[in-house]
Ligand binder design. Structure first.
Ligand code: BGC
Length: 467
């Protein structure tokens, strides 16, 4: 095979990742349709979940007090204490623990015992006075629990797990109230805390962004995550949430934050692009045929999409043909991650030497200059598709809520490794917003995606503060 046929074929594969403006617009319309369906009823299990969060107010920045917040994200469990100062500022102390690998598919009890243990140690180290004040009959510390998975939330402090996403698959947690699971383990260890709010990380992000903004930043419409997983939430008018029974809504409630679980947008792939690599990845996941949008966008899947495409090129005898020993790593799923792609994306070193080192280290493969060029073509295509698709739910929510008509400036709080660190991702999302007819160049100028730091910690504390 001549070298240029590798570049030609990589370019052809890259074309399969292109997202046209027509497709973007169709997807936005379909997102709005699915969002309205999800607000009407829960009957379509493959539709957009649109989960009511029971958070009915957006912070003003004046909230005060000491709260605990814990957060189970993709791979880590974080314990924090947050002091809200009442002036848009806060102070936070936190400790992060990687969740041991065997707990990802163990039992519920093992997982929640691990959480309670870490909370106990944290409170002993940082708030030991709390133990004595409890003995004196004082109140327990309120704890906001950020749990970044789809739950059927029925109150601010109650929610049953619908299904695991990302790498977790613990069967006996499904359909259980995760607040009760945590509280039971805390009580067993006599930890002086009460789990008073169950918070999706997007809701935390919205709350913390709203707490920190000033009026010049515009109206904080969306809390979003573009990291290991992806999702977003926004404040919806209460009369539009048709599926909520009247008696579950507190009196005088005007709106409620909805956790869209947009990772599940277009699970039936009516419009979403679908390459053979996407199909192969879906089969590797614990939740096949669900969260199909997330599997095209989020950090967990970008590296594997590249590996799948490279394996294809190898089978077509176009790449790595002069390698004596291919080893095992290249053929093992999930060996490349999005941080590898981020480096390749911006590798302007002579002959892309950084990519060469990276392939040597991560999958023990030598590469030629030509191969590295082909790899870069694929990386750029995969990340651009992810960023373009990410604009769909953002645009969908802006349009659905008529926000461009209501507000001069729209502020979108965003957290997660991909939006924060992936080079050019943020810019590409903004580019794609311009291509959406009902937003356009002028609308896009009024929409600002801004990083909301520590959303899950501070946001969860804010939710606990209103409980
Ligand atoms: C989960 C969401 C979460 C998102 C970002 C998704 O896999 O379903 O609940 O908000 O990841 O962490």
């Amino acid at each position: 095979m001549t070298k240029s046929s590798l570049i030609d074929r990589a370019t052809e594969i890259a074309k399969g990742f292109e997202v046209s403006p027509e497709l973007l617009n169709k997807c936005v319309d379909h997102f709005i349709f699915q969002a309205n369906e999800g607000l009407r009823s829960n009957s379509n299990k493959r539709g957009l979940p649109m989960i009511p969060s029971f958070v009915t107010d957006i912070p003003t920045g004046k909230e005060k007090g000491l709260f605990l917040a814990v957060d189970l994200g993709g791979t880590n469990f974080r314990v924090c204490s947050v002091t809200l100062n009442g002036d848009n500022t806060f102070h936070m102390t936190h400790v992060k623990h990687p969740v041991p690998k065997d707990l990802f598919a163990g039992t519920s009890t093992q997982l929640f015992e691990f959480f309670a243990e870490k909370i106990l140690i944290f409170v002993q180290q940082h708030h030991s006075d709390q133990f004595s004040s409890i003995k004196e009959g004082n109140e327990k510390l309120k704890l906001g629990f950020t749990f970044s998975f789809p739950v059927n939330q029925t109150a601010l402090n109650k929610g049953t797990l619908l299904r695991w996403t990302k790498s977790f698959s613990i069967d006996d947690t499904v359909n259980q109230d995760v607040v009760k699971l945590l509280q039971d383990q805390l009580d067993k260890k006599l930890v002086p805390c009460i789990v008073s709010a169950l918070v999706n990380d997007t809701v935390g992000t919205l709350m913390s962004r709203a707490y920190s903004t000033t009026p010049e930043d515009g109206y904080t419409l969306i809390g979003s995550i573009f990291g290991t997983g992806t999702n977003g939430c926004y404040m919806e008018d209460i009369e539009n949430i048709k599926k909520l029974s009247k008696d579950s809504i507190p009196e005088n409630t005007k709106g409620m934050v909805i956790n869209t679980e947009w990772g599940s947008f277009d699970n039936d792939l009516k419009y979403l692009p679908n390459t053979k690599y996407d199909e192969a990845i879906d089969k590797l996941t614990p939740n096949p045929k669900f969260h199909m949008f997330e599997k095209r966008i989020s950090g967990m899947f970008l590296g594997e999409t590249l590996r799948q495409a490279l394996v294809d090129l190898y089978k077509e005898k176009l790449i790595f043909q002069n390698v004596d020993d291919m080893g095992e790593k290249f053929f093992k799923p999930w060996t490349l991650d999005s941080s590898n792609l981020a480096l390749i994306e911006v590798d302007d070193s002579t002959d892309q030497i950084i990519t060469s080192l990276l392939f040597n280290q991560s999958i023990h493969l030598p590469t030629t200059v030509e191969e590295r060029k082909a790899i870069k073509i694929l990386v750029k295509a995969i990340s651009k598709r992810a960023a373009y698709l990410s604009s769909i739910p953002l645009a969908g929510i802006v349009i659905k809520t008529n926000s461009l008509e209501k507000h001069d400036l729209i502020d979108i709080g965003a957290d997660g490794s991909v939006i924060q660190y992936y080079p050019g991702f943020h810019e590409n999302v903004q580019e794609a917003l311009k291509l959406i007819n009902r937003i356009g160049v002028s609308g896009e100028k009024r929409i600002n995606i801004r990083i909301a730091k520590d959303g899950s910690g501070v946001g969860a504390a804010l939710c606990a503060s209103v409980a």
